[in-house]
Design a binder for this molecule. Structure first.
Ligand code: AHM
Ligand code: MG
Length: 345
């Protein structure tokens, strides 16, 4: 008779499988205080939105009415995709029952969305870009969602308290819908990544306390705009063309490009252009959340001269140029801008 031999499961693998996002946040804050529980609950809701969006994306080409444009234009003057609308609504739905978030502000909505039933007690605002890189959706390439959580200072329908710099963000991160779905977040205690295990339906800790290299080989920009940029950005681009050790990577989706740089080092640039001197990317929903995250990983983010987290938007949908990534690479780009300024004065 053969006796049953239990398979030895290494302890570390069990630990890894058991570190879910909500448990991780409470561990990070080392507390079960009401604030820690709030943040953990909000992050769990964001993760649920990520799972719903990932599920729809994974079957998008198989279902009717998921891909393509709606025919509408958003407040940014950009054509809206059906997935933009779906993902925007998913975040609203998952926060409706949360009791925590009174207001959501998104790239896709002209004005913030208030959840009246949450507002008497909901002390937080969620800012988000529901589908970042939506030009990739219809061709089955990676896209993302970007989010930030801010303390809400007023309970009436007034958006003035959102026009503040990004240093007050309590948490920020992104969900990357790639070959796997990955959630990367920071609550001001380092940067941590989680992979969605579809069989469990849970985000499981993948890497803790991620540090971006001080320098990396990647430069990531849309060189199609070369002649639209300020001379300083052209100087930098010529520099990388003429020096060994650089490689270009640009996917058209900020989340994917920034994720690569977070892991491998380098710099992502979206400068202003002649047509759009303030660039394309939005401060509250894209650049400030990513700047918070990259700084937490030991990197740097600026508009070329000013730290992104110091910029105060003059309106909800304000845009800003972006230079983000490894400390030394961002400094190098800034030095070209400084040089040009000195030469022009
Ligand atoms: P979106 O949020 O409307 O998709 O716009 C933001 C995207 C970024 O993900 C990406 O880096 C950039 O726009 C690409 O713009 P371009 O096509 O001008 O290079
Ligand atoms: Mg975007």
């Amino acid at each position: 008779m053969t006796s049953f031999q239990p398979v030895a499961v290494p302890e570390c693998s069990l630990d890894r499988d058991c570190t879910t996002l909500s448990r991780h946040i409470l561990q990070q804050l080392q507390s079960f205080s009401p604030e820690a529980q709030d943040l953990s609950a909000i992050m769990t809701r964001i993760a649920l939105a990520g799972k719903l969006i990932a599920r729809r994306l994974s079957r998008a080409g198989l279902m009717a009415d998921v891909l393509g444009f709606t025919g509408e234009t958003n407040v940014q003057g950009e054509s809206v995709k059906k997935m933009d609308v779906y993902a925007n609504d998913v975040f609203i739905s998952v926060f409706k029952q949360s009791g925590l978030v009174c207001r959501l502000a998104s790239e896709e909505m002209d004005n913030p969305y208030y959840i009246p039933e949450n507002c008497p007690i909901g002390r937080y605002t969620l800012l988000y870009d529901p589908i970042d890189g939506s030009s990739n959706v219809d061709i089955n390439l990676n896209v993302g969602s970007i989010f930030a959580i801010r303390q809400q200072q007023v309970m009436n329908e007034d958006e003035a308290d959102l026009l503040q710099d990004g240093k007050g963000q309590l948490a920020a991160g992104y969900i990357l819908y790639g070959p796997s779905t990955m959630l990367v977040y920071s609550i001001g205690h380092g940067v941590h990544s989680f992979l969605l295990d579809p069989s469990l339906g849970e985000f499981i800790l993948a890497q803790e306390d991620i540090k971006i290299p001080d320098h990396g080989p990647v430069y990531s920009n849309n060189e199609g705009n070369f002649w639209q940029w300020d001379e300083a950005f052209r100087d930098y681009t010529r520099y990388v063309h003429r020096h060994e050790g650089y490689t270009a990577r640009y996917s058209g989706a900020l989340v994917g490009d920034v994720h690569r740089i977070l892991m491998q080092g380098g710099v992502f640039l979206y400068p202003g252009t002649v047509k759009k001197p303030e660039g394309k990317l939005r401060l509250l929903y894209e650049t400030a959340p990513l700047a918070f995250l990259i700084e937490q990983a030991g990197g740097k983010a600026s508009d070329g001269t000013t730290r992104i987290l110091d910029i105060v938007p003059d309106k909800l949908h304000a845009r800003t140029p972006l230079v983000i990534g490894s400390k030394d690479d961002v400094k190098l780009v800034e030095s070209f801008i400084e040089d040009r300024k000195n030469r022009e004065n």
